[in-house]
Design a protein around this ligand. Structure first.
Ligand code: GLA
Length: 697
């Protein structure tokens, strides 16, 4: 990167430069300030993949006594018949507390609300790990935080093994054989092909986490070989990166035997909207491949899930998992999740809102505290993404279009970056060694992060104002806010709407802080703060000028969802998707970012990859593709009664902790078990509206 010799000079020196500089740039870009030291409180025990799991048949299988009663009553086939030929077996040696016992419940609290169970058509179930628990995907990445660097690769899951063709263009995957959905229907390649053809490829259907065919590479195809074999064909040679994209939340197929019947391709006269909404929250026992299935829903109150009697994972003694019989989701607020986890009325929280840190730390330090709390690395970050499409994505009106043109102007983006006092933004959330100014782009905890390749525009209102002027924005009417040039929007005040969510205090605080700081710059930013579901819908549809949001994990892992690092496909990027004619009007630096990301996916050479990510980071931060705000660590809070909690589980790395923890292996020792189950001794009943759990008698 260009080294700016004057960047660290004293104020006097910089003032001198500004006088001679052609543009009034007094504070040169620099590298970001070093984050305050904050060590993770626990580190994982690093292992190989074969230490965690294998697929094999065991001589005998076991189930909870109450499930056995269903078998005895003729309501369920024997456990050996419910399991696949070779179940996924978790190794005892990798279980922190060893083989578990059955019983008890894990009580989650969430701030989201379920739209319905059609994950394939993009419906949220309210987040907080509920969809993670229902979904099983071709591969799995959440637990990779504990895998040694030299063995790092996605865990097999629904795909139990795979091999590459000699030329590296074909990947053949072997699905788990004989596994069943929670209603007993066989799981096979039909489910996979329905997900590929009628969800991913169908432009009218977008799954919850937004996967599109390009998530697996431009021009990639997928075909069925036989009932348990599928074959991918890639344009690239051995793009092992895509194995990560086949994990949560991109390749988690839904139950085709249930979904097909409502999909317009199979149901005469059905619309896509009807398909999407065919499985509202009141539709219970939706078939799942996950450890639990939903058996009760009460609006704004609770979702209860009971164990899936067909779950296809076991421990080494042949005990069918999960160990926990029930999972509850209280429908409350995210802040309440922290409060309840600390108090012991909830069981788990990802402490991610710095506003709660001090109180949570204080309470958890007490001997009588019901939960343990452990901070991890600085993996939570926030950015603003300006909408960079000028060819119609989201169909902006004339004002919106004028803002898009501004967003595409580098001076304008730099002005915003210079105008942000990130130190104060972070300190307004919490004081102490937590938050740190964030330049945007790759995050410090990834091994690909390179400080010297990171361009940081430090706080300087003077520079920001000069750059705004350079972008043609001057306060012509003297009301304190800059105007468009006379020939744009009649020279009206520039007004920018900023999309964000009201679901988190942190998002609200940051949005308020940014708006106040932009006001100091003379830029009027109007808050468009919405419930999470609505925000997500507007974001997906491109209906925003700027969007302020918490970042996703590709900026932490790089190897996972690598395609999402740049606008590599028409529907992939947060800030820049294809316009009304289907094309992407990428700026030259965006095209370079795309090429860099594609080159990264296309090579396995470690040294080359490191260099490519330096280039990427430089392109991203110098051009302010996204405007970084703040970064900080989060803590996992989990009730002390749970055993098998892996040390050093991060709240967010390859996935959220709800995946990383491997909840199907968590258990509660007998002497610590509670009577908190709401539907003891029951199992999910038949899928349908108004149905519920069933008893054996
Ligand atoms: C929400 C929460 C996160 C995590 C995820 C899981 O986004 O804020 O802490 O629980 O859901 O999807």
């Amino acid at each position: 990167m260009k080294r700016h010799t004057f960047a660290l000079g004293g104020a006097g020196l910089m003032l001198g430069i500004s006088l001679i500089a052609a543009q009034a740039q007094t504070v040169a870009p620099t590298t970001p300030p070093a984050p305050p030291q904050f060590d993770a409180q626990q580190t994982p025990t690093f292992v190989g993949i074969a230490d965690i799991l294998e697929f094999k048949a065991l001589p005998e299988y076991h189930e909870p006594d109450y499930v056995r009663a269903f078998v005895d009553a003729g309501k369920l086939p024997p456990v050996a018949e419910r399991l696949p030929k070779e179940p996924l077996v978790y190794k005892t040696g990798n279980m922190p507390d060893g083989t578990g016992v059955y019983g008890d419940v894990i009580r989650h609290v969430i701030g989201g609300r379920p739209e319905g169970w059609n994950y394939s058509a993009g419906q949220t179930q309210g987040w907080g790990g509920i969809d993670i628990g229902l979904s099983e995907c071709l591969t799995r990445t959440g637990p990779l935080f504990q895998v040694k660097a030299e063995e790092l690769a996605p865990l097999p899951n629904l795909a139990k093994s795979w091999e590459w063709s000699e030329d590296g263009h074909e990947l053949t995957m072997h699905l788990i054989e004989g596994a069943k959905w929670s209603d007993g229907d066989p799981f096979d390649a039909e489910d996979i092909m329905f997900y590929w053809n009628d969800v991913l490829i169908d432009p009218q259907v977008t799954p919850l986490n937004g996967a599109s065919p390009e998530t697996f590479g431009e021009g990639t195809t997928l075909e069925q070989v036989d009932a348990y074999t599928i074959k991918w064909t890639f344009k690239e040679v051995r793009p092992t990166q895509y194995l990560y994209s086949m994990a949560y939340g991109n390749f988690c197929p839904g139950p085709s035997h249930i979904l097909k019947a409502e999909h317009p391709a199979y149901k005469d006269g059905a619309t896509y909207d009807q398909f999407k909404n065919a499985f509202p929250p009141e539709y219970l026992n939706m078939p799942t491949m996950g450890g639990w299935a939903p058996v009760e829903y009460r609006a704004d109150d609770i979702i209860v899930l009971r164990r899936n009697p067909y779950y296809w994972k076991v421990d080494e003694n042949g005990n069918q998992l999960p160990y926990l019989d029930e999972m509850q989701y209280r429908l409350s607020t995210w802040a309440d999740r922290d409060v309840q986890a600390v108090a012991g009325s909830g069981d788990l929280s990802n402490l991610e809102q710095p506003e709660s840190f001090v109180e949570a730390l204080r309470r958890s330090a007490e001997d009588s505290a019901p939960a343990r709390l452990a901070f991890g690395a600085r993996t939570i970050s926030y950015s603003i993404y300006p909408n960079l499409s000028a060819n119609g994505w989201g169909e902006p009106d004339a004002r919106g279009q004028a803002v898009r043109e501004l967003n595409r102007n580098l001076d304008f983006r730099k002005a915003i970056s210079y105008a942000l006092d990130r130190q104060s933004l972070g300190e307004a959330l919490v004081r102490g060694p937590f938050t740190s100014p964030y330049a945007g782009g790759l995050m410090v905890p990834t091994s690909y992060y390179d400080d010297a390749s990171t361009v940081y525009y430090p706080y300087s209102l003077e520079d920001a104002k000069a750059l705004l002027e350079q972008a043609g924005l001057v306060d012509t009417d003297g009301n304190g806010f800059v105007n468009f040039p006379a020939d744009v929007q009649g020279g009206a005040d520039v007004e920018i709407t900023m999309l964000s969510t009201i679901d988190y205090q942190t998002d609200k605080s940051l949005a308020e802080g940014v708006i106040a700081q932009m006001e100091r710059l003379g830029l009027r930013v109007i808050s468009q703060s919405q419930a999470g579901n609505q925000r997500d819908a507007n974001e997906q549809a491109g209906k925003f000028d700027w969007t302020l949001r918490r970042n996703d994990s590709e900026l932490i892992t790089v190897v996972q969802n690598t395609q999402n690092l740049a606008p590599t496909g028409p529907q992939i990027s947060r800030g820049h998707r294809a316009g009304t004619d289907g094309t992407q009007d990428l700026l030259p630096f965006e095209q370079e970012m795309v090429d860099t990301v594609n080159a990264f996916v296309g090579t396995a050479d470690p040294a080359e990859r490191i260099e490519l990510m330096k280039t990427y980071q430089h392109l991203f931060t110098e051009n302010v593709y996204g405007i970084g705000l703040t970064q900080y660590p989060g803590a996992l809070i989990i009730n002390k009664r749970f055993a098998n909690v892996p040390a050093g589980t991060p709240i967010l790395q390859f996935n959220w902790a709800e995946d990383g923890l491997i909840r199907e292996r968590l258990y509660v020792p007998e002497d610590a078990q509670t009577t908190n189950e709401l539907h003891p001794d029951t199992l999910p009943g038949a899928p349908g509206k108004g149905n519920g759990p069933i008893a054996s008698n």
